[in-house]
Design a protein around this ligand. Structure first.
Ligand code: 9MR
Length: 348
């Protein structure tokens, strides 16, 4: 498809060519995270992103350990390919992520001197952000810096970056990204911000406090990314998320969903039951988000049940197949894909 197709009109040209009616463009972009290994091997997977997404972003290929696995090796090629695929097809893209405890390469892990660690971080953020300037609409600058349970552990997760540089690694990374691409939307991203319960309240409070501290220090932060890994046995906190969105809005900060998928461990195994649970969770999440102000984007972590991190990392104890994503393993959209599509078109 030619470049320049409407930014927010996912697959419209394809649908038109096929003689199908063209739906209204989405007011809120629907995104999907794509992986290079399946992109190359599976044309149906590649096509699914074109059929359904306004925004296509590399899932793993821009992470620190992928981009610079050793001090002397910069590995941009897989990310380049995915970003070009998005842009050539008139889609947006965005980057994840510069700072993540789980993507620190051994050569950085081995640095003990704070000045050297800071120089490595700044060099990385500046060089990578600059390379994709004008191509990536924004970045998850830091990912998962909040403690799993701030009630027990204090506000921040004990990561390699915290140990090396203290909390200032967060403003250092944001400032470096802003220098390298002043137009990029810079996001702080985290999990477990969505649910009912004191641990989740505490995590939202820490997020707000980090955002305020960045702003007080004159460091720009444009958005908060809620990963949106939705657990079937948890409840989405409607009022809590509305309040969170309102408080962020008052600070001039947007909210987006960055890694949406469904983790259904213990519920009934039948596909219809899993899909009904997923529909309810996604519907609750959208209600909560739209209650105050539409999110900046909703991004799904993958596209089809054919490929997901969940069966490998969080398998069901009963061994039943999991259905975490909006297309099933045959690329057939589930009801919750239709729900997402409709509500993001309506923008409410
Ligand atoms: O889904 C991702 C998987 O393919 C990678 O192997 C893994 C390590 O890079 O990261 C997974 O994505 C994680 C994301 O970056 C941060 N939030 C949790 C996601 C699932 O582990």
């Amino acid at each position: 498809m030619a470049a320049g197709a409407g930014l927010l009109v996912a697959g419209a040209a394809d649908r038109k060519a096929a003689g199908a009616p063209v739906a209204a463009p989405r007011r809120v972009p629907l995104g999907g995270a794509i992986q290079a290994e399946y992109f190359d091997a599976d044309p149906a997977y590649r096509q699914a992103f074109l059929d359904h997404c306004d925004l296509i972003m590399p899932m793993n290929e821009l992470k620190f350990d992928q981009i610079r696995p050793t001090r002397d090796a910069w590995n941009f090629e897989p990310a380049d390919r995915l970003v070009e695929f998005a842009l050539e097809n008139g889609r947006q893209s965005r980057g994840t992520c510069h700072v993540w405890w789980n993507a620190m390469p051994p050569w950085v892990e081995a640095i003990d001197d704070p000045a050297e660690a800071e120089a490595a971080l700044v060099e990385h953020v500046e060089r990578v952000t600059d390379r994709y300037r004008g191509k990536l609409a924004g970045w998850d600058v830091v990912n998962e810096v909040i403690a799993h349970d701030p009630q027990q552990e204090g506000p921040l997760r004990r990561t390699g970056w915290l140990r090396k540089l203290g909390p200032r690694h967060i403003p250092i990374a944001f400032a470096a990204a802003a220098r390298a691409d002043p137009a990029a939307r810079l996001v702080i991203n985290d999990y477990d911000l969505e649910f009912v319960g004191p641990r989740f309240d505490a995590r939202r409070d820490v997020m707000l406090s980090i955002v305020r501290q960045l702003q007080d220090g004159g460091v720009a932060v444009h958005g908060v990314g809620m990963q949106g890994h939705l657990y079937a046995d948890r409840q989405v906190d409607g009022p809590g998320l509305e309040r969170f969105n309102r408080e962020l809005d008052a600070l001039g900060v947007g909210l987006l969903v960055t890694e949406l998928d469904i983790i259904d461990w213990h519920g009934p195994a039948e596909p219809q039951a899993q899909d009904a649970t997923a529909y309810r969770l996604v519907s609750d999440l959208l209600d909560a988000l739209f209650a105050w102000k539409p999110p900046e984007a909703v991004i799904v972590w993958g596209i089809s049940d054919r490929y997901s991190w969940i069966p490998a990392v969080l398998p069901r104890p009963d061994g039943a197949p999991q259905r975490p994503l909006p297309l099933d393993g045959d690329m057939v959209p589930k009801d919750w894909m239709r729900l997402l599509d409709e509500r993001l078109r309506q923008g409410r």
